[in-house]
Write a protein that binds this ligand. Sequence first.
Ligand code: HEM
Length: 472
Amino acid sequence: MAISSAVRDQSPPRLKGRAVIGNTWEFKQDRLALFSRTFEQCGDLGAYKVAGQYMYLANSVELVHEILIKNGAAFEKTERFRAFGRPLLGDGLLTASNEVHKRNRRIIQPRFRTAAVKTSVDVAARVAGEVAGAWSEGQVVDVRREMVKVVLGVVGRNLFSRDILGEADELGNALTDAIHGFDSQASALIPLTIEWPTPANLRYRRAIERLERSFHAFLAERRAQADRPDDWLNLLMEARHEDGTPLSDRQIRDEALNMFMPGHETTATALTWSLHLLAKHPDCYARLLAEVDEVLGDRPVVLDDLPRLPYTLQVFKEAMRLYPPVYYFSRQATREVEVLGHRLPAGATVVFSPYVLHRRADYYPDPERFDPDRFAPEREEQLPRHAYLPFGAGHRVCIGNHHALLNGHVVLAALAQRVGLANLPGHTPVTDPMVTLRPKDGLPMRVTRRAPAPATARPVAAEGCPFRAESD
Ligand code: HEM
């Protein structure tokens, strides 16, 4: 696509910044505020400058369509993201170039979307029940840590059919160390790629080596098994390229980690914010509890129940609108591109921030308000296409989006059957935008145990919420 001469000079507006460093300090201090300010002052497409480089924040549904869908082939994942992710994620879907990605996604996606959905629901309900079962009346738990535990338990079973949280699980221990390495590299004030021999990087390298060993031992064990479980690993082992050849062990390892790494942290973050927001909005909490009591009572949630628990899913979606776990992601233009009358030079980095997009008042009136009814089916249909971006869009949209929604839905319902959670007085969680949008220093909440009666014996609606914050 040639650039017209009228557009050649139309670089997007630039945000004011300090001499030399531009907006680098602000990016380090409060990147959510920087993204918001860029949108407020520059409009739909505006540039800020970090570490000597202009980044273009694209913040409209039209730009999502133009860049991620219509011109998707002209934008790759950024070199920085790929260099950072590759030691752990290899050439899997998240980090692969468009060319490799196209080939691999085509063979993985069709079966993955529907993979073992019924089992996933049973697993999520059971694991959430086990984790919440260990909480006692009045106990203060760090909900963020507990949700990581739930989701790791679920992903470990979906992917490998094993309890990776068991203390003796070698693969689980290796994965946990690798997660810590990845996290500390991502959270470093000055992020250095793994080649730098810092103590943290050396630990990270050792963790990856250990992970390689235990993964390959596990794969060999699985190959020798006559009766293989129907899990995501098996799906990868049975996937075939167009010429009929299977994925290599290296590809299986890469793709399995590409499901594991983004799969656990994001969902746990979304659940954490969902529980905080529910506790902060007692009417919404009461409505969710009433729905769960009426439909499920005290029996475990199964796949067929989900359509009858619409409000529970609406809560999860609205929490991801306000606190999208992947609060920004980027692309790099492979050549000079014209987007909606602006010129982007070859190599330009374009940033999408679901956090800022989800707060556009023209898409979401009164955007700061927690209102799960925005996602009631008839209202959700009215949203502009691409205004809801927690999973990205286009050919690199999250492959786990259906599983993520399913797990969030089931875990919220399973928790509601057993416990209520209240925010602690004086504790207001602050966002900590690192790998995902976590609450800084976790999220302490107080547990109240619930014991719903069998569904048939329950009244249809409950009045008021028994789990008000102690400060309400
Ligand atoms: C609430 C939970 C989740 C959120 C918010 C989320 C978010 C995202 C986003 C925004 C992207 C696109 C990034 C980009 O375009 O640069 C993505 C990609 C991806 N996600 Fe998720 N994700 C979630 C759960 C999962 C789960 C459960 C899996 C497990 C398989 C998963 C696996 C992946 C993979 C493999 C990709 C790369 C897809 C590709 O490029 O083809 N995610 N995710």
